[in-house]
Design a protein around this ligand. Sequence first.
Ligand code: ATP
Length: 235
Amino acid sequence: MLEVTNLSCGYGDIIVARELSFSVNEGEVLSVIGANGAGKSSTLNCLCGIVEKIHGSICINGFEIGELIPEQRIQHGIALVPEGRRVFPDLSVNENLTVGGHIVDRKLLETNREKVFSYFPRLGERPKQLAGSLSGGEQQMLAFGRALMSLPKLLLVDEMSLGLMPKVVDECYQVLQDLKDNGVAIILVEQNTERALAVADHVLVIEAGNLYWQGSSAELAQNPAAVEAMMGSSA
Ligand code: ATP
């Protein structure tokens, strides 16, 4: 469903990811692994249109979206759970979710909100609480829920488990598994390589903005050099 070809992205004249090609199908998880500064977040952000594409192609179901603005990409089924959560602190839980679902009609908005609350009951218990006063784990759930409000076909998840208690990480991974089982394509960037690999169908290892290795998670287990690079990334 997502086909990325020779994608380079960056900031002004600085290219931070070069000539990356990869694809993700419905119901698959691609885990992107690499050291700090390798270009993982920039690549995710380029897919959703908030970092500049310098070269290459990004197709969703055969349609080129690489020149579209972020809003249009959401309409093509992309949603991002950003690194650092980035909830709107002065808006309530409900209002944050409404922002995430602004492209869907009013009736679907409520259905989607109920779905998010069924995934994360703690959000459902505090719909009017300001997001800025939520705990770190609750803010992560809210960032996750906000992305789900547009019913994405491709979910981009950046450092979901960073700084969270294991129980909350488990909860988030259960939701990811449910989305995967329901055909959502997922790209995961994670410091927690063990968790990311456990759920991955395919793995992309990036080193200093270049493709270092890609293949199935089973193949990765057979490739000591890639494993070494990957472990360097999680140190
Ligand atoms: P981390 O695991 O530390 O988040 P990463 O693999 O996600 O790293 P990026 O955050 O994509 O890496 O950063 C890749 C490179 O792009 C780094 O050298 C970083 O300094 C640079 N970079 C990131 N954001 C910007 C920006 N807004 N302007 C200029 N350079 C940036």
